[in-house]
Design a protein around this ligand. Structure first.
Ligand SMILES: C[S@@+](CC[C@H](N)C(=O)[O-])C[C@H]1O[C@@H](n2cnc3c(N)ncnc32)[C@H](O)[C@@H]1O
Length: 284
């Protein structure tokens, strides 16, 4: 959930480091989307499955558990820090998952996988058609693809809520072009389907998945709201949005964001709306 409209995503720099630092929290928040992904992917015992942009490996571990010892789950990621984290977590949980450090857009693949999945890891390609064509090289004829990606920013509170709250205090940078690589690059379902079709996929299905996200947690309402605010700074858009602002402006913006999170406080914590696509297809 790291947003930077104006700069490219550097997964071997600050972006990757922030994901590693916040891995446990991010895995908790994204778990419902990962569960829906695994259900849509329908991994079967003995299959070989590839997880693109696997990050710290949460979905790769789920795949490995579902596939069992006769198959193999492989997580692939471009970030050395995240692959290292995935390997550490895999050893801790004695997972059979394996990890590979590579760029999915250019990696040298052989057609060995029955299933390719991704949890929010396929929206960052400069050339998505070229990248998905390359990913197809990893797939056996007829192999399945399933991934989850965000719908539009306006439907996703993790960015919309704080950015709306601070817009009159710290006006946002102009938004990137809608096709620019980033978390919302696949917001347009027709674009997603067109990319996959051009890359050689068939039977393309794009379905909406709405799920709440517990963005702040704590023993009391106030600590949950504080936690949401800290979350917006560490993994949400606030740190970048407020970079360069003076202390007074930052304080006013943080106060406004706190009010916005307070409106979302319920007994379970600060609960916000998440909106994604679940995409399924087959390699022709
Ligand atoms: C939003 S994170 C999601 C990580 C993980 N799938 C999860 O759900 O926790 C996006 C991931 O995609 C990876 N990524 C971005 N571009 C990539 C590429 N070209 N090849 C492989 N991985 C890539 C990043 O390093 C990062 O781990």
């Amino acid at each position: 959930m790291v947003v930077e409209p104006a700069r490219p995503f550097d997964w071997n720099g600050p972006n990757g480091d922030r994901w590693v630092a916040n891995q446990a929290r991010l895995d908790r928040m994204l778990a419902p989307f990962g569960d829906a992904l695994i259900a849509a992917a329908d991994p079967r015992a003995g299959e070989r499955a590839l997880d693109i942009g696997c990050g710290a490996g949460a979905s790769t571990f789920d795949l490995a558990d579902a596939i069992g010892p006769r198959g193999q789950a492989v997580g692939l990621d471009i970030s050395a820090a995240l692959v290292a984290r995935a390997e550490t977590l895999g050893a801790e949980r004695r997972s059979a998952a394996a990890f590979r450090l590579a760029d999915a857009a250019t990696a040298d693949f052989a057609p060995e996988f029955d299933l390719v999945v991704s949890r929010f890891g396929v929206m960052f390609f400069d050339d998505p058609v070229g990248a998905f064509r390359n990913i197809r090289k990893a797939m056996r004829p007829g192999a399945r693809l399933a991934f989850v990606c965000w719908r539009g920013a306006e439907e996703n509170d993790w960015t919309q809520l704080p950015m709306q709250a601070i817009r009159d205090i710290a006006p946002p940078a102009p938004p990137p072009p809608p096709d620019a690589p980033g978390p919302f690059a696949f917001a347009d379902r027709r674009r997603v389907a067109a990319i996959l079709a051009e890359a050689g996929f068939v039977d393309i299905v794009v379905e909406a998945l709405d799920h709440s996200i517990v963005f702040g947690a704590g023993d009391t309402r106030d600590t949950a709201i504080d936690d949401a605010l800290a979350n917006a700074v560490s993994v949400g858009p606030l740190e970048r949005a407020l970079a360069g602002c003076d202390a007074a402006t930052t304080a006013r913006a943080m106060a406004a964001a706190r009010v916005a999170y307070a409106r979302k406080a319920v007994p379970e914590g600060v609960v916000i709306a998440g909106a994604a696509w679940i995409v399924r297809a087959r390699s022709a």
